[in-house]
Design a protein. Structure first.
Length: 134
């Protein structure tokens, strides 16, 4: 009888000795923007990133997206552009952002009444870009 009692008493200690799987660190939307967007669009989203002049065209001023769309932020269009559905050709292509498309998804209605599973990081980045215009 003593052995089962001892095993039960020691089980929390044994569990503490088992190495835990490292938690995956997911970047914030601000970090994703800084890492993936700011080099072209600039830190404040004005289209004045450090490589903007070398692109052959001026990246859009992200702070004006809502203003240029009748005061409504074009969330679906922004996410489509980042996702890669709206490629414009060799001089207007966005780079591939595969890591934004991985991981957890959330249901998003972009105004068409349909809740679509969408990568969480993509949604968060679009919301960050929307906030740049406020």
């Amino acid at each position: 009888m003593r052995l089962p009692a001892l095993a039960i008493a020691l089980s929390p200690l044994l569990a503490a000795c088992i190495p835990m799987k490292d938690a995956v660190s997911v970047p914030t939307a601000a970090e994703d923007y800084s890492d993936m967007c700011a080099v072209c669009h600039g830190p404040a989203g004005k289209g004045d990133g450090e490589v903007a002049r070398d692109l052959g065209l001026t990246p859009p001023d992200l702070t004006r997206l809502a203003a240029d769309n009748g005061g409504v932020f074009p969330k679906a269009r922004v996410m489509s552009q980042i996702y890669g559905y709206t490629q414009k050709g060799p001089t207007g292509e966005m780079p591939a952002f595969g890591e934004l498309l991985e991981g957890e998804t959330v249901l998003v209605d972009t105004g068409d009444g349909i809740a679509t599973p969408t990568p969480l990081r993509l949604v968060q980045l679009a919301e960050y870009i929307e906030a740049l215009g406020r």
